[in-house]
Design a protein around this ligand. Structure first.
Ligand SMILES: C[S@@+](CC[C@H](N)C(=O)[O-])C[C@H]1O[C@@H](n2cnc3c(N)ncnc32)[C@H](O)[C@@H]1O
Length: 339
């Protein structure tokens, strides 16, 4: 790990973001902060001479870091669905003298068969599940790093690191903090994770992503919704980032009935919503609690869950145990709380 950290730090120091992102990061719409990319590259164990596939070219910056890590004897293949981004990144790589990167336009859910096999595959955009193609195109013993949902609800992405077994199945997997934009792919039907939504006066949206409400009809959703919108009770919540991300993922791993993610205009919350009570922990951009009343049973349940998380020594995303459900296109990830 120590060598990996040093190699990634050296790559970050060697690559200027400016030609990729432009002054003030304004050149491309889609960007991931350099420190997030570096944190994830530290999990990736990329060494000189390797062949790496990345899905989600964006500005081209992450490919430049990978290009440093694999060195002149290695190769990076970078795929994006947006042709204009691919052309732009190709041009910047040429101007900055990076000749070990091949830029390709396409749906990266399918990997890139013509250049397979790879030693490493990384996604910088979130597919609906861990794509089978990524593991099939990785050599046994190689590593796949992929942001994938860990629950059938919005905002449940974790960065999954998995070794690839001899039969190209995931093995020795671990989960880490991470959120990337959803992948645009027609390869898997989109899951439709929002049960109710309404535009919000003055911009933004109210929505509810709640597996327990799925297929139960609009009336129930409307009832939850009017309680959510009425929400007169607010109280302070003293957890901050990144702790709340660990808490959020632990809640999602717990199989809690009535667990829901809510968008409240510009705020994102997780908590309990039932037809007759609402208790939410607002996580973003500031932390606080929100409920339909100070005596809300849902709020009491949420407080009890958070107490349990604290008593269990505040399990982190990395402590949760990956479990896979196999599907035709790949593997759905579920996380279990630590034993
Ligand atoms: C967060 S950005 C990537 C940032 C990039 N790694 C960088 O260093 O700037 C996500 C990218 O994934 C791309 N993307 C979305 N769906 C895709 C798909 N199905 N295949 C390949 N790329 C996709 C988007 O066009 C976007 O450029």
């Amino acid at each position: 790990m120590e060598t990996e950290t040093r190699a990634v730090d050296r790559a970050v120091a060697a690559v200027s973001e400016v030609p990729y992102r432009g002054e003030n990061g304004r050149a491309v719409r889609q960007t991931t902060p350099a420190e997030v990319i570096a944190r994830h590259l530290r999990l990736f164990d990329v060494r000189p001479g390797m062949r790496v596939l990345e899905v989600g070219t964006g500005s081209g910056y992450s490919a430049a870091l990978l290009s440093e890590l694999v060195g002149p004897s290695g190769e990076v293949v970078s795929v994006d669905v947006e042709a204009s981004l691919v052309e732009r990144a190709r041009d910047v790589h040429r101007r900055t003298g990076r000749h070990n990167i091949t830029s390709v336009t396409g749906d990266g859910f399918a990997g890139h068969t013509p250049a397979a096999p790879f030693d490493r595959v990384v996604g910088w955009t979130t597919p609906p599940l861990l794509p089978r193609a990524w593991l099939e195109q990785t050599r046994p013993g190689g590593v796949v790093l992929a942001p994938v949902p860990c629950a059938p609800m919005l905002y449940s992405t974790v960065m999954l690191r998995t070794l690839v077994a001899d039969d190209h199945t995931p093995v020795d997997a671990s989960a880490h903090r991470g959120q990337y934009v959803p992948m645009r792919t027609a390869a898997v039907p989109s899951a439709g994770l929002i049960e109710a939504s309404r535009p919000r006066e003055g911009g933004g949206e109210f929505y509810l992503s709640a597996p327990w409400l799925r297929g139960r009809g609009g009336e129930l959703a409307e009832e939850v919704f009017s309680r959510l919108l009425a929400a007169p009770h607010s109280e302070p919540f003293d957890e901050k980032w990144p702790e709340v991300e660990h808490l959020k993922t632990w809640l999602m791993a717990g199989g809690v009935e009535h667990l829901s993610v809510a968008g409240i205009g510009r705020e994102t919350a997780i908590g309990i919503t039932t037809p007759d009570s609402v208790g939410l922990a607002v996580l973003f951009p500031e932390t606080r609690f929100l409920a339909d009343s100070g005596r809300s049973p849902a709020l009491a349940q949420l407080h009890a869950l958070i107490r349990r998380w604290r008593e269990a020594a505040r399990p982190r995303v990395e402590d949760l145990v990956p479990r896979f459900e196999e599907a035709a296109e790949g593997w759905r990830l579920r996380l279990a709380p630590p034993a």
